[in-house]
Each structure stands twice: as structure tokens, then as C-alpha cells.
Design a protein around this ligand. Structure first.
Ligand SMILES: *[C@@H]1O[C@H](CO)[C@@H](O)[C@H](O)[C@H]1NC(C)=O
Ligand SMILES: *[C@@H]1O[C@H](CO)[C@@H](O)[C@H](O)[C@H]1NC(C)=O
Ligand SMILES: *[C@@H]1O[C@H](CO)[C@@H](O)[C@H](O)[C@H]1NC(C)=O
Ligand SMILES: *[C@@H]1O[C@H](CO)[C@@H](O)[C@H](O)[C@H]1NC(C)=O
Ligand SMILES: *[C@@H]1O[C@H](CO)[C@@H](O)[C@H](O)[C@H]1NC(C)=O
Ligand SMILES: *[C@@H]1O[C@H](CO)[C@@H](O)[C@H](O)[C@H]1NC(C)=O
Length: 546
């Protein structure tokens, strides 16, 4: 991974003025990508595996964009099975058609292609893309996706010398179809075989730093299941950004990154000229997997040495207090010039409270996972297309309730209705002994509170209504709750899922249909002209008769 210098420097006044003019008058720039998805041999843990590659690469190429860029990504599916990519953290404003998950977009058939046209509207930050169907995520086709600030918008720290994508995740030596077959058969997955850093195993990843210089690392947990702790021998990390929010810049000697989450840190090469371990290890597991990478000083006189730095203890208290310490820098700009604190989320009246309780159970002797009793199963037609073409009988709004019950779990194509512009409190309750991680497509939300035990109305007293961080993926500790506030300002059909991949595959997900009865292009775009049609939407006319 090369160092990239992308953010603009100060321009002389005249240039600045003309840039501004171009800015106002020109359409937002387009970036074009042509991606071929193929199988290919990879050896991340020293044994040959069939990986899923993008233009021959594992992991896939980074997407470097700037706020409001239009991304045109032509994806050619050269696999022998249907395929989709999804864009974790990209909000797809008014445009859930491009979301690339089963409920919004028809799979790209083998040998065919589909061009995603999406805009990274009003966003900044560090995210990633990943393959959303089957169990493809266990084989690759994921990569970094960064959205830089526009040149005139202040960033609350000096331009780093380099900017690295660091994708970490647990990994199996088994083929993704073998893992999928285990799940289809109603079994659980075994413990993973290792951890990868940028698609490589122990000691195979090396980041080179110039002495005295500062670098940004954009770390995403693209793994399948485990929370990971990230640390660098002899170095502190300054946290600067979490999934699109500039944070209060605090120093951390290690960071817990739960599955699906992304963090940006600044690291300065301020130690003596040698190599240092980058260590990544599983959290809250009885057996701890650790992998190492190398932080190499360009003037290094010595290879890595000494003990690999150890991670924190397995108790959740440490992790919980770290999570609570991550806050928004209210005076820093986000995607717009105005400060991130200008929107006072803590003063908006909540119009609805939704409680989501995750659970595990058996249906017909097979392992399933559920949220509010419902274990999600896909229907024959993407939900968004059924909605668009008014095809009845594909799903029922209200097929998952706002309030949990303790009864047995069952399967359904669960869709929860919600009003456009509602301001909602969602409480994730985790009764189990694992760390959960929840993601909502199309949105970022304020993480107002988390604590052990069962959430009650009294828990609201603990909420941070001032400077909670706004993000798109949040953890829920074992036998604990996490509460979020979310402004439903994006019409569409949005996937809400566990990032614990076996669980989302076996039903721990649903769709949130953010709806307005008035159809207007101001609120939602039309189905794109190149949309693939499948199921009961096959053969429908693309242009609606308005
Ligand atoms: C994708 O790669 C495969 C294997 O190399 C090749 O056969 C195919 O022509 C490529 N497709 C495109 C659209 O480039
Ligand atoms: C498939 O790719 C071709 C160019 O290779 C492009 O013209 C066409 O629009 C793409 N199809 C879709 C559905 O995006
Ligand atoms: C990684 O490098 C260190 C230092 O050279 C070495 O002690 C260790 O055995 C290496 N690990 C592997 C798995 O090669
Ligand atoms: C918050 O952002 C401002 C820029 O508006 C910056 O000057 C300041 O150092 C940041 N504070 C912290 C604690 O990160
Ligand atoms: C919130 O509700 C309170 C009490 O019903 C009301 O007085 C207040 O004006 C509301 N605030 C907003 C911003 O709507
Ligand atoms: C679906 O129904 C809505 C509301 O009745 C209507 O406005 C819209 O045009 C219909 N769409 C199609 C594709 O028929």
C-alpha cells in the first residue's frame, strides 16, 4: 500500500477564488472504475485458497473519493454464481437502489455486469466495501473506501505525510462455500484460523514511515465475527475520525475495533530508528488469536524485537470505558464548513422508541438467529423493487415489531415501517454472552449510551446528549444495551443487520422502510435506468408512468 497525499494545500488567494467559482457552477466530479470479479489463488495463511479478487487484487483496490463525488463502478461478475458489492457507510442519499444488498438490488448474474452509480453526498470519512451475498465475504472482494474533505473545508489536524488503509479481520482457511454449507446445514462455524492485515498473515504486512513524520491509518474490521484489538509497539495513536465524524483527539495505546467498524488514527514516527510490531488480536475469546505486521522506519537500523505488545484483559469494562471516551469534536467541521456540533441532536424530541433484542435459536433443528423473534429470510424479489413497482405479496410492512417478546423465533421477510423525518431512539439489547455489532445502511446515528444489564427508561439518565459520536456501526457488549438516536431523513429500504456475519446470514437482519406517502424526486430518485430486474420485477417497464 503506497502512501497517498490527497488533501489540498493552501492555495494562493486567486486560485482559491476561482476554485470556489468552479465549485459552485460545475457538476460534482465523476470517478470511473471498471472492476472484474474473478476467482484466484491466494495464500494468506500459507495454504492455497480460492479467493475472490477484484482486477486480480486481494484485498480489492482502494476507492479514493472527495465529498459529493459521483462514483461510477462497473462490476463484471466473472464468478460462477450471483454477486453483489455493498458500500459500508456510504449513505446512498435518496438512492437505496444502489445499496447492493439483497433487499435493494438484483444480484449480478454470472458472466454479466452492473454499473453502480452512487454519490458520496455530504459525507467524509473512512469506510469499506464488501461482497454482500452468500458467504463471499469470507473469500475477499472487500477494500477500503475513503471520502476526503473538499479542498476548502478545514480538517482539524495537519495534513499527514501518508494515508494508509489497514483492513483487519479474522480469517478461515476453509472455502467460502464450505463455510456457507455448514451454516445452511444448521451448524455453527468453528473458531477462525487466523487474522489478516491487508489480506496477509503474520509479518507479511509492512508500513514504512519516515522518521519524525505523522501518518494516518484508516483501520476497518472487515472480518466475519470477532472484535479485534489494534496496537503498535512503542507508539501511541491519536484518534481523529470514526466513520465520518471527527472525534475529540485523544491518545490511545490500543483500540478495540468491533466487526464492521472503522477508525482513523494518526501515528507519529517519534521513536528510535528500528522496526516495531503492529499487533492485532481477538477480544473476549478464551483462545486468543494474534497476528503481527511491521511498522518500518525508513532509516531503520534493526528489525522487530522484544515481546509482541499484549492487548487488554478480556473483561468488557475496559472496552466499555474506551467506547464512552470516543466523542465528537463539536467545533471541528465535518463534510460541511459549519461545525459538527451545529445540529443539537440532544434537543430533538424523540418520536418513537424501537427496542431490538437479538437472540439465537433453532428452527426445524437448524441453527438460526433472530431480532425481535424474527429470523429474516429473503423473498423472491428485492424489497425495494417490489415497492417501486407496487408488487404486492413480497413483504408485509410491520412483519417485525418494535417491542420484543420472549417467545420462540420464526422466519419471515421482516420489514419495519418508519415515517420519513421521524426522530427515533433505538435500543439494542443483547441478552447473549457474545459481543454484537449492529449496522444500519443509509444512515449514521448518534451513539447516546451503552451499559451492562437490561435497558430501562431510567437508563436515559446516562445518555450523552452533547457530544456522542455519530457513526454507522455500533457494538453491544455481552448482556448489555446500546442506545442510539437516528434522524430518519433518507427515504428508502435500508438493511439493518448484525455484522457478525454468520448471524446476519442466518437471519439476524431486517429492512427499515423509511417512507413518505408523497412521491417526489426531492425525497427519492427514480429507479436507475440500468437497474437489473429479477424475480417478480422481471420484465417490468423501467420508466414509471408518472
Ligand atoms: C475478467 O477476467 C477473466 C479472467 O481473467 C477474463 O476471462 C474476462 O474476460 C475478464 N472480463 C472482463 C470484463 O474484463
Ligand atoms: C455493462 O458494461 C458495459 C461496458 O462494458 C456498459 O456499456 C453497460 O452499461 C454495463 N451494463 C450495466 C447493466 O451496467
Ligand atoms: C515474525 O517476526 C519475528 C521477528 O523476526 C519472529 O520472531 C517471528 O517468528 C515471526 N513470526 C512468524 C510467524 O514468522
Ligand atoms: C477540535 O477541532 C478543532 C478545529 O475546529 C481543533 O482546533 C481542536 O484541536 C480539536 N480539539 C480536539 C480536542 O480534538
Ligand atoms: C419537544 O416537546 C416538548 C414537550 O412536548 C415541547 O415543549 C417542545 O417544544 C418540543 N421541542 C421541539 C424541538 O419540538
Ligand atoms: C405505485 O403506486 C404509487 C402510488 O399509488 C404510484 O404513485 C406509482 O406511480 C406506482 N408505480 C408504478 C411503477 O406503477
Amino acid at each position: 500500500m503506497g502512501a497517498l497525499r490527497l488533501r489540498g494545500h493552501l492555495f494562493p488567494c486567486v486560485v482559491l477564488f476561482s476554485t470556489l467559482l468552479v465549485f459552485v457552477s460545475a457538476e460534482d466530479p465523476y470517478l470511473f472504475f471498471d472492476w472484474n470479479i474473478t476467482y484466484g489463488d491466494i495464500y494468506p495463511l500459507g495454504v492455497k485458497q480460492q479467493g475472490i479478487l477484484i482486477n486480480g487484487e486481494f484485498p480489492g483496490p482502494d476507492i479514493n473519493s472527495v465529498t459529493n463525488n459521483n462514483l461510477v463502478i462497473n462490476v463484471h461478475n466473472s464468478l460462477a454464481e450471483p454477486f453483489l458489492l455493498s458500500w459500508n457507510g456510504v449513505q446512498q442519499r435518496k438512492n437505496s437502489y444502489e445499496d447492493g444488498v439483497w433487499g435493494t438490488t438484483c444480484p449480478i448474474p454470472p458472466g454479466k455486469n452492473f454499473t453502480y452509480i452512487l454519490q458520496v453526498k455530504d459525507q467524509i470519512g473512512s469506510f469499506y466495501y464488501y461482497p454482500s451475498l452468500a458467504f463471499h465475504k469470507a473469500a475477499g472482494a472487500f477494500g477500503g473506501l475513503r471520502i476526503l474533505s473538499r479542498p476548502l473545508i478545514p480538517v482539524p489536524f495537519p495534513e499527514p505525510t501518508g494515508d494508509f488503509t489497514v483492513l483487519i479481520g479474522d480469517w478461515y482457511k476453509a472455502h467460502h462455500k464450505t463455510l456457507k454449507a455448514l451454516l445452511d446445514g444448521g451448524h455453527r462455524l468453528p473458531f477462525p484460523d487466523g487474522i489478516l492485515i491487508n489480506g496477509r498473515g503474520t509479518n507479511d504486512t509492512s508500513l514504512t514511515f519516515e522518521p519524525g513524520k505523522t501518518y494516518r491509518l484508516r483501520i476497518s474490521n472487515v472480518g466475519l465475527e470477532h472484535s479485534l484489538n489494534f496496537r503498535i509497539q512503542g507508539h501511541q495513536m491519536k484518534l481523529v475520525e470514526v466513520e465520518g465524524t471527527h472525534t475529540v483527539q485523544s491518545m490511545y495505546s490500543s483500540l478495540d475495533i468491533h466487526v464492521g467498524q472503522s477508525y482513523s488514527v494518526l501515528v507519529t514516527a517519534d521513536q528510535s530508528a528500528q522496526d516495531y510490531y503492529i499487533a492485532v488480536s481477538t477480544r473476549f475469546t478464551s483462545k486468543v488469536l494474534t497476528t503481527t505486521g511491521i511498522l518500518h522506519y525508513s532509516n531503520s537500523k534493526k528489525g522487530v524485537s522484544g515481546p509482541i505488545p499484549t492487548g487488554p484483559t478480556t473483561e468488557t469494562g475496559w472496552s466499555l470505558s474506551q467506547a464512552r471516551s470516543i466523542r465528537t469534536n463539536l467545533t471541528a467541521s465535518g463534510p460541511r464548513p459549519n461545525p459538527q456540533g451545529s445540529y443539537h441532536y440532544g434537543k430533538v424530541n424523540v418520536s418513537r422508541t424501537i427496542k431490538l433484542v437479538s437472540s439465537a435459536g433453532q428452527i426445524d433443528g437448524k441453527q438460526r438467529y433472530a431480532v425481535n423473534r424474527v429470523s429474516f429470510i429473503p423473498a423472491d424479489t428485492p424489497l425495494k423493487l417490489a415497492d417501486y413497482f407496487n408488487i404486492s405479496g413480497v413483504f408485509r410492512v410491520g412483519s417485525i415489531s418494535d417491542k420484543p417478546t420472549h417467545e420462540k423465533i420464526y422466519t419471515d421477510t421482516s420489514v419495519m415501517g418508519a415515517d420519513y423525518r421521524a426522530f427515533v431512539e433505538i435500543v439494542f439489547q443483547n441478552r447473549e454472552n457474545i459481543v454484537q455489532s449492529w449496522h444500519i445502511n443509509g444512515y449514521s446515528f448518534w451513539v447516546v449510551g451503552m451499559d451492562g444489564g437490561v435497558w430501562t427508561r431510567a437508563s436515559r439518565k446516562e445518555y450523552n446528549l452533547i457530544d456522542a459520536v455519530s457513526r454507522c456501526t455500533v457494538q453491544v457488549y455481552p448482556k448489555s444495551w446500546t442506545a442510539i438516536y437516528i434522524a430518519l431523513d433518507n427515504v428508502g429500504m435500508w438493511n439493518v443487520r448484525s455484522e457478525f456475519w454468520a448471524r446476519q446470514y442466518l437471519g439476524q437482519q431486517f429492512y427499515l422502510r423509511v417512507y413518505t406517502p408523497v412521491h417526489s424526486l426531492r425525497d427519492e430518485y427514480l429507479l436507475p435506468k440500468n437497474a437489473l430486474l429479477c424475480g417478480r420485477a422481471q420484465g417490468k417497464k423501467l420508466e414509471p408512468s408518472v
